[in-house]
Design a protein around this ligand. Structure first.
Ligand code: HAM
Length: 420
């Protein structure tokens, strides 16, 4: 059989023009991770299914409907990771990272959820996550949130920061009862989805986007009425810290988040111009998870950036690396061109050589598209012409032997003008 094979729905490659944007964003994020003292951890994509059932929650959309789960050849039930926090905790326990020490970790990579694909929602998507362990107070929350705010500010992304507190597990349990009581009393006004959630995970009813239910939900009790004194003072302190750091936020009394492991603070950033499902960064505190997964009780807080959504919103991209030299050549001079390229790379320059045997016109177009500082064109066995990038002004013709020194000189002068 021949013919084209379709890709998997909601699973896309990143083509080179997009990959350049991603890399610029990722380079910026790496620098910020260093600036906040976070260290990279590389996590597996495959985990045992029970990890997510226990950590994210048996009765969540992710575990109930969205995981890519299969039985491997040893008979184990495995899942492609739908998120990074559970795996980070598991790896941290196994690697002994939480023994009486604070940790600041970051990870990035593909996640998998079998959701209905649409703009900004994919089945394979990428998260950049940060997780801080062993710090109990609101200070680390404020610092992690400041990091998120800086990510967005640096890339020119405008988004609203929403914060709420889910209190302790006990606060949440009492709130859950009150909410069920309220919603059950108005059962006739709930849509099918909400009726199902009412039985299994009532807090998720608050996430409904159905406009017919907006009025009902606006009247629903809020978690704030069920906070303990300690939960309340923790949340008030966080708000004071954010204000002191100059991070703008809004308190969103109905923000609950879709994963079960959160306690106390939850937060997310939603772009100004779009709807709530376009949340670009989301996270919160999850103090119970490490012990739930078999470790010693450990404070934890973090967030994950949805990279597809972030890259789509970027208005100020850090400049991509500049190509120093583009070499145009006819087929008979290709070996000469290769030798020159290697010589230039020995001198520390970045070089692309056009080896497709294309017309001079199409080679020139490609050279311009690359934004090369200098374009050179092989003439014959003896000589190569130096063409100024952009202006297409001849810089003269040199022998192949002279070329490395002369080109390096011109690139150096241009880099100086470019401010490097
Ligand atoms: P989450 O809210 O499930 O949280 O996902 C975080 C972000 O990942 C979302 O705000 C969104 O930007 C992106 N995202 C989620 N699903 C998709 C999708 N199908 N397509 C594209 N982007 C998507 C978590 O995953 C938590 N682990 C965050 C966290 C870290 N909490 C504490 N630490």
């Amino acid at each position: 059989m021949t013919g084209q094979i379709a890709g998997v729905r909601g699973v896309a490659p990143l083509l080179p023009t997009d990959a350049v944007r991603w890399r610029a964003v990722e380079d910026g994020l790496r620098t910020l991770m260093d600036a906040y003292g976070f260290r990279e951890i590389r996590l597996p994509i495959l985990e045992r299914t029970e990890l997510y059932a226990r950590a994210v929650g048996e009765v969540t959309d992710i575990v109930e409907k969205e995981m890519y789960t299969f039985t491997d050849r040893s008979g184990d039930s495995l899942s492609l990771r739908p998120e990074g926090t559970a795996g980070c905790v598991r790896a941290g326990i196994e690697g002994g990272l939480f023994h009486n020490q604070a940790q600041r970790l970051w990870y990035q990579g593909p996640m998998f959820r079998h959701e209905r694909p649409q703009k900004g929602r994919y089945r394979q998507f990428h998260q950049w996550g940060v997780e801080a362990y062993g710090m109990a107070g609101p200070a680390i929350e404020a610092e992690v949130i400041a990091l998120g705010a800086r990510v967005l500010a640096q890339l020119g992304v405008k988004a609203r920061l929403l914060v709420n507190s889910l209190g302790t597990r006990e606060c949440r349990e009492r709130y859950r009862e009150a909410l069920v009581h309220y919603l059950a009393a108005h059962r006739d006004r709930l849509d099918d989805d909400s009726l199902r959630r009412l039985e299994r995970n009532p807090l998720r009813v608050l996430d409904s986007k159905n406009p017919d239910m907006a009025a009902l939900l606006a009247e629903a009790p809020t978690i704030a009425d069920y906070w303990s004194a300690e939960s309340r003072s923790h949340f008030v302190a966080l708000q004071d810290y954010l204000t002191a750091l100059g991070v703008a936020f809004e308190v969103a009394p109905r923000l609950v988040r879709g994963l079960d492991y959160y306690t106390h603070t939850v937060f997310e950033w939603t772009p100004h111009e779009t709807l709530a499902q376009a949340t670009v960064i989301a996270g919160g505190r999850y103090d119970g998870l490490v012990s739930e997964l078999g470790g010693a009780p450990t404070s934890a807080v973090g967030f994950a950036i949805g990279m597809e959504r972030l890259v789509a919103l970027v208005t100020r991209l850090p400049a991509p690396p500049v190509l120093d030299v583009f070499i145009m050549t006819n087929v008979s001079c290709q070996l000469r061109a290769l030798v020159l390229a290697e010589g230039l790379r020995d001198a520390g320059l970045t070089v692309e050589t056009h080896l497709a045997g294309a017309s001079a016109k199409s080679q020139m177009k490609r050279a311009r598209d690359c934004g090369a500082r200098v374009i050179v064109e092989a003439q014959d066995e003896a000589r190569v012409a130096i063409v100024q990038a952009g202006a297409a002004k001849g810089e003269g013709i040199v022998t192949w032997a002279e070329a490395v020194a002369r080109i390096s000189q011109i690139v150096g002068a241009k880099a100086k003008i470019d401010g490097e």
